[in-house]
Design a protein around this ligand. Structure first.
Ligand code: AMP
Length: 224
């Protein structure tokens, strides 16, 4: 089964994709292009050096870089039963490329989850988020702070990190990029009968349950 997660920055698609990946266990691969690029930046690799400026200015990293990391990961995930694409595709051109790659590999997309949310709710979600440098637990200054100020609830350490693109200026650029290039994918996948929209402002646990329900209905229909 192959799933695509679509949504504006701060819609919670990354968190839900990770939760779903964990719930599936061994045969799943979570392909987050944003995470892969941040890893390349941390390694100071050639890809990281190219990606860094684009990410910091809220722009999309060029397609040739993205296609190369996608193809590399798909070649190494050949045994996976479930692929979860989080943050890819982000434009119609990327979606068409994914179709070509999938055609060659005799794969198909099963469900596209579209995380829909009022854009006014997004800025606090994005600009308030931070995570523990040690254990990675995510927080939000406004909606989900640490229980004790400056101390991680999980590991008790006090060192936190914020993504360099999670600030008000870059957020505006990321949202425009989403509206211009990614938003058209809603119609693209709707026409293919693959889109399932999720109201992303509700409780994360309820969103997770809803996704699980959609997946089990899909499997049931496929069997029948
Ligand atoms: P994300 O972690 O998904 O919010 O992505 C962070 C940043 O990485 C984006 O703002 C883009 O600069 C870059 N990025 C992630 N995925 C892609 C993609 N599929 N195409 C181009 N750039 C991407």
């Amino acid at each position: 089964m192959n799933l695509v997660f679509l949504g504006p920055p701060g819609s919670g698609k990354g968190t839900q994709a990770s939760m779903l990946a964990k719930s599936f266990g061994n045969g799943v691969r979570h392909i987050s292009t944003g995470e892969m690029l941040r890893t390349e930046i941390d390694k100071n690799s050639e890809i990281g050096l190219i990606a860094d400026g684009y990410i910091k200015s809220g722009k999309l990293v060029p397609d040739n870089v993205i296609f190369s990391i996608i193809e590399k990961s798909l070649n190494s995930y050949i045994e996976a039963d479930i692929l979860i694409f989080d943050g890819f595709p982000r434009s119609v051109a990327q979606a068409l490329r994914l179709e070509e790659i999938f055609l060659q590999k005799e794969l198909k997309i099963d469900i596209v989850f579209n995380f829909s949310i009022d854009k006014n709710a997004l800025i606090k979600r994005v600009c308030g988020r931070f995570s523990c440098e040690n254990c990675g637990l995510s927080y939000n200054t406004y909606s989900n702070p640490t229980k004790i100020e400056g101390v991680c609830d999980c590991c008790g350490l006090g060192s936190f990190v914020t993504r360099p693109d999670d600030n008000e200026v870059t957020f505006g650029d990321r949202l425009s990029v989403y509206e211009d290039l990614t938003f058209p994918l809603i119609d693209f996948y709707q026409k293919k009968g693959l889109l399932f929209s999720i109201e992303a402002s509700i409780d994360p646990k309820a969103i997770f349950k809803e996704m699980q329900r959609v997946i089990s209905d899909y499997k049931y229909k496929k069997r029948g």
